[in-house]
Ligand binder design. Sequence first.
Ligand code: ADP
Ligand code: MG
Length: 606
Amino acid sequence: MKRIALLSQRLANQIAAGEVVERPASVIKELLENSLDAGATRLDVEVDHGGVKLMRVRDEGAGIPKEDLALALNRHATSKIFALDDLEKLTTLGFRGEALASIGSVSRLAITSKSREENLESAWKVEAEGQDMTAKLSPAAHDYGTTVEVRDLFFNTPARKKFLKTEKTEFARIDEIVKRLALSRFDVQFNLKHNQRAIHKLLAAKTEQEKQRRVAMVCGPAFVENCVFVDIEGPGLRLWGWVSLPTFSRSQADLQYFYVNGRIIRDKLVTHAVRQAYSDVLFLGRHAAFALYLELAPEAVDVNVHPTKHEVRFRDSRLVHDFLYRSLHKALADVNPSDQLATQSSENYADEKLPASEYGSQSVTELIQQNSFPLAQSRSGGSGFAASNAAMQNQVREQLAALETLNQDGDAIPPLGYAIAQLHGIYILAQNQQGLIIVDMHAAHERITYERMKTACAREELKIQPLLVPLSIAVSQAEADCAETQREVLLSIGLELERVSAESLVVRQIPSLLRDADIEQLVRDVIADVIQHGSSDAVQSRQDELLSTMACHGSVRANRQLTVPEMNSLLRDMETTERSGQCNHGRPTWVFQSIDELDKLFLRGQ
Ligand code: ADP
Ligand code: MG
């Protein structure tokens, strides 16, 4: 056995650094948090070679008094808590007093600072030297505030250095950290440079519009154009921020920012609540995007769970989960066409270079561009076409004006406007005040039917309609067994089936909402669903899915000619139906193209 000996100061810190300092980005996180804790309103971050060579963070915060400079490098040295009680009502991002000691033990660290408290002529600089990390102080030039420089990260711990990825990857992580923090403090300016090149310059955002602009710069303009702003209060809780419309989903969960009292966290409970809120509207396997802020009393949440402070523990986790789920569920249900139009015609961010959107936010422009005919084909009409086109436009204008006067409140054309035609038996074309609306007839009708059936089922008011001529269907033995054993469940969703022999069923009643459906196919699909999901418990809890299957069959099929009044009534239903912006599978039910955008398409006025 070897003898026991005290670890050197540096070695002890290096061991602790294993938890806090995983890579350059973790250093940036700690330094920026320190600057924010010091009350900085402007942060300048400069990094070289993905941060491995140099990371420099400058702030004009409170600064560190000369006498405290040396202490700051010690482990368990902090100005943020003094007693255990303080942990309960934490308002700072840091509190463990470990970051600077850990960083200093695995890099060449220098802190230069001038405190606003003292009236000193010059600033002071401190560096840690040797195994016991003794502090070396020297006078330096600096304005009020602090600059921390970290050079040659992991120069003395080669094993850790090996785990670093390419410069590009390490920088991408730093960039992500800066973005996360930038979304947590709109009032602070963030500047980021890599290898002397300016990457971000995010000015402090005060107005709602400026904040939204920052969100667009961090999350991409497509997100802002396809999200709704929420602000909801609950018992001792407030949730606000931006959540994506279900039609703007992503293949990865990479645009999800969640803050608890200003601290970014990744939490299972939160993820679960959000997932559930989107469960009825999101395309399978896709992920929502959001920047959400939860505020609650500091005592109601424990942040001292993990050294990187990425996890938290809620005192009343049930309450938090339900509040999140309910708030978001309602916010998504409440999205109506006029909200969607408002977000779609919001500010244009095209001048900033930002990640492109990927799915779901496809505009009509893109659709038209993808499907446009070669010019030669569309020329056939000649000038006669132009003339009749103008005549038609006039006609349409008159029609709109007439409709407008018909409207009781005089000036309001409904958000989704009025139908003008049906295209290929699939789409409804409508015009509103600002432009063109294209509706996927089946998708929209499906959602409306589904929502009606859900509401009716929940209130136990699902109207059923006996079939005058009961329909017999030949099925397999297994299907007949299922219909027999799950009779009650099927009745609860409005289907009355009776087994008349080993391999045949008779349909006696169906929900009246589905009277136009292909009943035989509907019954087969529902039974297939039920068989797949087994016990009646499971079936009951999947009631929504069964209703969704039925709604799909009960909705207008392609190639059904609709009259203009029928189309208009569908548009009006969409305006008042929850979640009507997406079909039951999360695809959009309608898109909008403003006259301005159409003009651009035809290079008008350019
Ligand atoms: P913690 O943030 O958990 O207190 P750190 O090791 O990160 O521990 O920092 C130690 C102390 O150094 C802080 O408590 C703070 O008093 C001081 N400090 C660090 N960075 C700054 C800064 N940018 N401006 C002012 N004070 C700072
Ligand atoms: Mg800190």
